[in-house]
Design a protein around this ligand. Structure first.
Ligand code: ADP
Ligand code: MG
Length: 404
């Protein structure tokens, strides 16, 4: 399969700088891009170690593509600096702006960006005849065929894009991106146009390509499952800025803002003061905004005290109940507060009680202390977020309401 060429990249073409293995594969400082008065992205700092698979995750319009295209050399940032393996390829102040060919990156786009008039083999030959990936003529075709074999397209070299399925087209885009063995792969939603089954398979293949190539990958997606499954490190963007980053499990379990908690599907957001038990618990100040998932809430097993590691949320009234297969999903209320609860049906003891979980009935609830996340003090942000929530969702009514 594909072999690393990282070693050959350690000598800068200018001869002035020899990078060390410690240099990040990508280092971005103070990157900004404005369109007129609008900042598409701002204050972006990134450090991606060699060999890492890093995803930029965020909703549509958050600036993911702008960052990726800036690193690739397809977008000219307004501010900042970009170093690839210790070599400055862009510096707004110094006026450095290397072309995409000189940066030696492999790029895979959402729409594959294939050329209708080129065959599969010609697509893969293309990066081998130019720029930093240029090879002597005699070895180009063997390399191209070897790359096609690596993505399972060896038999289709003479076909044109219109003669290929979506998955095959995607593989051509992958083969073209990796043929020159670039040390850095940049991917912008490369799986978004595929059906779910194919997407899962190609996702695993992309990670295998990354591992086999010993490459560094920067991957843009709006799909959290994709980002978590593929990456060593996830960068969350919102409104043109990086708002949080870390290993997938950490980011998923410990959102640091109302935006992140909402993005990662925390159904319940409250002011800690709404619950005596939560507010009393030392890590949470009464002013804190506390988030927890529906799955972190449990029907109380014993009548009087919560189980170890849980704290009581008190008695609630079931408003709505929905059986979804794995879980019974409850909407419960107490006064103006509303809470989402997911009860797993695999628990036999719970199964016995399912008939109780009907609207109008009362339930005593606990929450796993470990699954409570402190999002910081109440502030304009939570009011804004909650104002945007649909009344029918698990909007924690009453939080952030102005008392006047
Ligand atoms: P994402 O990839 O996360 O969906 P983008 O990087 O494409 O986000 O866009 C970030 C922001 O920059 C958006 O608000 C978008 O409308 C704006 N933007 C992107 N390209 C242009 C452009 N050529 N002209 C003006 N605004 C743009
Ligand atoms: Mg985009």
């Amino acid at each position: 399969m594909v072999v690393s060429t990282l070693d050959s990249e350690r000598i800068d073409r200018s001869g002035l700088h020899t990078s060390t293995p410690r240099d990040p594969a990508v280092a971005v400082r103070g990157l900004g891009k404005s369109y007129g008065a609008v900042d598409a992205v701002r204050d972006i700092d990134l450090d991606i170690p060699p060999g890492a698979f890093v995803s930029i995750l965020g909703p549509s319009g958050s600036g993911k593509t702008t960052v990726l295209r800036s690193v690739a050399g397809l977008e000219r940032p307004t501010r900042g600096r970009i170093d690839l393996s210790g070599r400055t390829v862009f510096d707004a102040e110094a006026g450095i702006d290397e072309s995409i060919a000189a940066r030696n990156v492999g790029v895979i786009f959402q729409n594959y960006a294939l050329w209708p008039h080129k065959t599969v083999l010609q697509h893969v030959l293309y990066p081998l005849g130019r720029g930093a990936g240029k090879l002597p003529r005699s070895v180009r075709e063997p390399r191209a065929r070897e790359t096609l074999a690596a993505v399972g397209l060896e038999a289709l070299g003479d076909r044109y894009p219109y003669e290929l399925s979506g998955g095959q087209q995607q593989r051509v885009a992958v083969a073209r991106a990796i043929a020159a063995r670039p040390p850095l792969l940049l991917m912008d939603e490369p799986l978004s146009n595929l059906d779910a089954q194919l997407r899962d398979r190609l996702r695993r293949e992309l990670r295998a390509v990354h591992d086999a190539a010993g490459a560094t990958s920067l991957y843009v997606t709006h799909d959290q499952e994709e980002a978590f499954a593929l990456s060593d490190h996830v960068i969350l963007m919102h409104d043109g800025q990086i708002v949080q980053q870390g290993p997938p499990v950490e980011v998923f379990r410990r959102p640091e803002s109302v935006f992140a908690a909402t993005f990662f599907g925390f159904e319940n957001l409250f002011s800690a003061a709404e619950f005596d038990t939560v507010a009393e618990h030392s890590p949470f100040r009464p002013a804190a905004t506390v988030a927890f998932r529906a799955r972190a809430v449990h029907l109380r097993a014993a009548p009087d005290t919560p189980a170890a590691g849980r704290i009581g949320l008190g008695r609630w009234t079931v408003q709505a109940e929905e059986f979804t297969g794995d879980e019974v999903y409850l909407q419960v209320t107490r006064g103006l507060l509303s809470l989402a609860v997911a009860v797993p049906v695999t628990t036999v003891r719970v199964l016995d009680r399912l008939t109780d979980l009907i609207p109008g009935h009362q339930v005593d609830l606990d929450v796993d202390l470990e699954d409570l996340v402190d999002l910081g003090p109440d502030g304009p942000e939570i009011r804004e977020q909650i104002g945007q929530q649909d009344q029918n969702t698990v909007a924690p009514k009453g939080i952030g309401d102005n008392p006047s």
